[in-house]
Ligand binder design. Structure first.
Ligand code: FPP
Length: 250
């Protein structure tokens, strides 16, 4: 079937399909509460939505999908809820170890993995190794785990400062490209489109450096109900945006 999202315009360019989409998977708890279910049931449904939307992004020709799975602030939730989210991630990684090579999906983690349980960290290491052997052009999912935009920036600053202290770098060498290369997202283009479902109109510490020129798409739909139609609606909205990057229209 022809991929209408990749059709060429008159100049032969792929028509405004974002290379990188980032999503704040919000609304799982409310979705469950509305149904009289425990919050953990919302995360389970949210993990299913993630699988469907990742497949859809890949089929459309999007190159990178970044999802906010667990923030540096989410540790404030009950041990039961944190455990349920970690359990869902573990299940996804176990599946991924068996399927990512076949499905040509690379996986990467953004965030500080230090406080993550050893078993989950070992699985993440395994998926990193599989990803390293997959072609660079394969679809890539970035899972933000114990991730915060401020924390990512602080870790990058600490790393650069340590290199300066060791005499390997000079402060005046630091520019945007070099700083980007110190972030978890090194080597990945900034997201052109950031989607937040569930009606909340904030960024919640997500990709603070990378979002400088991202287009935002907000919808009231709760994440477990977010589907292919919503995704295409978001992409269509993005395609209508006039992106000037601080310049003026020619
Ligand atoms: C935000 O909704 C969602 C989270 C903090 C967890 C997201 C995790 C998953 C979807 C499952 C694991 C992920 C993968 C990639 C397999 P919320 O709980 O804050 O919702 P609320 O605002 O309605 O309470």
């Amino acid at each position: 079937m022809a991929n209408i999202w990749k059709k060429k315009d008159t100049a032969g360019q792929t028509e405004r399909l974002p290379r990188h989409i980032a999503i704040i998977m919000d609304g799982n708890g409310r979705w469950a509460t509305q149904r009289g279910l425990p919050r953990t049931a919302g995360h389970k449904a949210g993990a299913e939505t993630f699988r469907r939307i990742a497949t859809c992004c890949k089929d459309l020709g999007v190159e990178y999908l970044t999802v906010y799975a667990f923030s540096t602030e989410n540790w404030k939730r009950s041990a039961e809820e944190v455990g349920a989210i970690m359990g869902l991630l573990k299940r996804y990684l176990l599946e991924a170890v068996d399927s990512m090579e076949r499905d040509h999906i690379r996986l990467r983690f953004f965030g500080d993995m230090t406080p993550i349980a050893p078993e989950l960290r070992a699985l993440a290491h395994e998926t990193d190794e599989i990803s390293a052997h997959l072609p660079a052009g394969d679809f890539q999912v970035n899972v933000c785990l114990n991730y915060g935009g401020r924390d990512e920036i602080l870790r990058a600053v600490r790393c650069f400062a340590a290199e300066c202290a060791a005499g390997e770098r000079k402060p005046e060498e630091l520019d945007e490209a070099l700083f980007s290369s110190c972030l978890d997202s090194r080597g990945i283009p900034d997201p052109e489109l950031i989607i937040r479902p569930s009606g909340e109109l904030r960024l919640s510490n997500f990709l603070l450096w990378q979002c400088a020129y991202s287009e935002f798409y907000f919808t009231d739909t709760l994440w477990p109900d977010f589907d292919e139609t919503e995704l295409k609606r978001a992409i269509e909205a993005y395609r209508q945006r006039d992106r000037r990057f601080g310049g003026v229209k020619k």
